[in-house]
Ligand binder design. Sequence first.
Ligand code: ADP
Length: 525
Amino acid sequence: MALAEQAKRVAAEFEFDADGVNKAVKEFMREMDEGLQREGTELSQIPTYVTAVPNGTEKGLYMSVDLGGTNFRVCSVRLHGNTTFSLTQSKVAIPRELMVAKTSKELFSFLAKQIEAFLKTHHEDHYAGHLRRRQTGDAIKEEEIFSLGFTFSFPVNQVGINKGMLMRWTKGFDIPDAVGKDVCALLQAEIDALHLPVRVAALVNDTVGTLMARSYQSPGKTGTLLGAIFGTGTNGAYVEKLNKVAKLIKNKDAGAYDKSTGEMVVNTEWGSFDNSLRTLPNTSYDIELDAKSVNPGIQMFEKRVSGMFLGEILRLALVTLLEDPNVPLFRDENSGTNDIHSTTQIHEGSPLFRQWGIDTSFLSICASDNSPGYKQIRQTLDRDYMISAVSAEDAEAVKEIAGAIAKRAARLSAVAIAAIVIDSGRLEKTPGAAATTEKKADVNPPRGDVESSGRGDVAEEDVIDIGADGSLVEFYPNFEDYIREALREIPEIGEAGEKRVRIGIAKDGSGVGAALIALVAGRVV
Ligand code: ADP
């Protein structure tokens, strides 16, 4: 079989047809519901205690900090109340020894010191005034205290808007005495020890931050429905009706929350959707990837969708082809030129033979290179993957397979989006007249960095707004188009529904998003 046909055969293994999409949507909705009822389900459906999303009119000065894997970020955010904001930030690498410190105090006092340095540098007046009042014994003014949103990207058992117990460390951190403790209280104690005018007002998950950041910046009065991340990992948080969050209502240990809005943001943790593979597509490459991963059987949706894994799926597919003596991939006889220097060669030490050796950004390169002879793909294979002098046929085969893997990921992403859109009931609201739309659109133009949808003739109040973040959705050339194509194939959504979905890139969830959660939290606590 010619190489092109072999590539088509492998690409076909990644097909996820309309029937598959529709079955998965039904399963997603079932798991959403199940996760709202009780603990220990595939979709965790974690109540976040955030009971309102912003509408762009919020004002004030707030702070946020983000403890991710390698860096600690401190921000102050001024919300101008007209969907815009200004942000000041500093970033510092977390010293390795603090990630494995003997006591959590060492780490958290380091974090508090970074907040102090940030205040001294960027809010000197504020800080000095506070310090003076402390020294003179004058009363601290409430309005002088910064409310701070704390993005903490480790598993926590959240029991209140600013209270959550660390379940376990990940990403190379290991400070045993912090496990089981409230991370907000740990940070607040060290902030207080330095007498800083800062209150830890909210514990923030990055997807909720994305939702909030988008809702503040999005045009229109109907708040954003969903914040979705398609980066290293994938996850989404959405606005749910409070009376459906049964496990929170039943939980006697639940902290206080505002019931007046009738809503609560729920963090789905959809990376583990359908871990039992009822509806997820499953190729031999998926099986191999999972078996060799650190957490077999877990995060099965994420392993088919997110940036961490797509490059590896491609690598496994290519290696499988290479191992087949009948497939002329990266072979001399295929270099097809009369240039004597163009001997195709996979150099020793090529990342192609190393687990995680192919980065998902390569899939974007494959998708965007439509030049004759696929010069960019070939150059990248040479430069980054130590595979030299490949033919145009080789490059085309790689492009075909890479495209199929990304397309499947986008169609799977559409499953999660569709389930949440259908479940929200927002589709049932009758679309308004087209005439109103154009008028509104003029008055209130979209403001996201990248904006799509709400195709021209949809009235602003009929738009179902979604905030997205992550390199995959931002940079993969056709990711959103593929999502939309799949949305149209779902009868409950169809073409009319798909037009109403607006997807806007909402960067900086852990900066402005966390600050907004601190603001919303202040209204309640
Ligand atoms: P994070 O999710 O860690 O905050 P990103 O949103 O930047 O960060 O996502 C990083 C992931 O995106 C990595 O897995 C990387 O392989 C992938 N990635 C980076 N650039 C691109 C690109 N141009 N196209 C597709 N995927 C990309």
